[in-house]
Design a protein around this ligand. Structure first.
Ligand SMILES: Cc1ncc(COP(=O)(O)O)c(C=O)c1O
Length: 285
């Protein structure tokens, strides 16, 4: 039975209750985070909490003043310290009426919810063992504030479903100018002639923590060039390698996009090198 945290209390999941008037429920008015942990060790805890604080600031909220690290430690302890994703969720609280304007936080405090869920074992840098991703390709139809990790995920859910219902693992998205933004729940990296590229941060994509850690590792612990640059559809189609990154997947090699193989349709050597480096250094973040 999993133990969750809700507004200051630890309790069994089936006992956790929120009001249907919660603005997270009515409007998707909230911010969330997912932090991976393996055997009780988190990856990127500091950067994840910073992004939570920045996301809340972007929607006119402040990070509730609680001991986040202690809360996470307690949740991990109470849920067995296995391979766990920690989900943190802060919504704009439970108002008495359904009204769009932000309520006064003094009378409507934030709702704070956290739980853990099982994630796959730590990815290993091994071409024969790794999951190979086949993905769809679609025009990005989401809002223009994709840098905010909002709980309002319907746009992402619909894009993920496009791939999923076709039997695929993800959907890579491009904007109307034909430039890659990200995927429905991952960032995108492309390799060409030994150089690693990922789109620069702006309102079209989430500033992924795995993306940030990977760029830092490549730049500080390898000779591999890693550039933040626009990637066109043509560059995606002609890539030597394509990877997706996210907290639960780390680096996921893509072998097929919209029915066409990426290069020769096999996992490439730079993925192996980069995932090896990521596995080696990730706990430093
Ligand atoms: C839309 C989107 N982009 C990128 C990512 C990857 O972010 P992170 O590496 O912080 O998990 C996620 C993760 O959930 C996401 O939902």
């Amino acid at each position: 039975m999993s133990t969750v945290y809700l507004n200051g209390e630890f309790l069994p999941m089936h006992e956790a209750r929120i009001s249907p008037m919660d603005r997270g429920f009515l409007f998707g008015d909230g911010i969330y985070e997912v932090i991976p942990s393996y055997g009780g060790r988190t990856v990127g805890l500091g950067p994840h909490l910073t992004r939570l604080q920045q996301g809340l600031q972007a929607i006119g909220m402040v990070l509730p003043d609680i001991e986040w690290t202690h809360l996470i430690e307690q949740l991990l302890d109470q849920n067995g310290r296995g391979n766990l994703g920690v989900y943190l969720h802060v919504s704009r609280g439970t108002d008495t009426r359904r009204f769009h304007a932000y309520p006064d936080p003094k009378s409507v405090p934030a709702t704070i919810f956290a739980f853990t869920f099982d994630i796959p074992a730590e990815p290993v840098a091994d071409i024969s063992l790794c999951k190979k991703y086949r993905v769809a390709l679609s025009e990005d139809q989401r809002w223009r504030r994709c840098h905010i990790k909002s709980t309002a995920l319907l746009g992402n859910v619909m894009h993920f479903q496009e791939g999923y219902s076709a039997g695929l693992d993800e959907t890579i998205l491009h904007n109307s100018d034909g430039c890659i933004t990200e995927a429905s729940a991952c960032n995108v990296f492309v390799v060409k002639e030994g150089v690693v590229y990922t789109p620069p941060l702006d309102h079209q994509l989430l500033p992924g923590i795995t993306r940030q850690i990977l760029l830092d590792i490549l730049r500080n612990h390898s000779e591999i060039d890693a550039l933040e640059q626009m990637i066109t559809l043509e560059q995606l189609n002609n890539a030597d390698e394509v990877w997706l990154t996210s907290s639960s997947k780390e680096l996921a090699p893509v072998i097929e996009i919209a029915g066409k193989p990426v290069a020769n349709g096999e996992v490439g050597p730079l993925w192996l090198q980069a995932q090896r480096l990521f596995s080696q250094y990730k706990y430093q973040y």
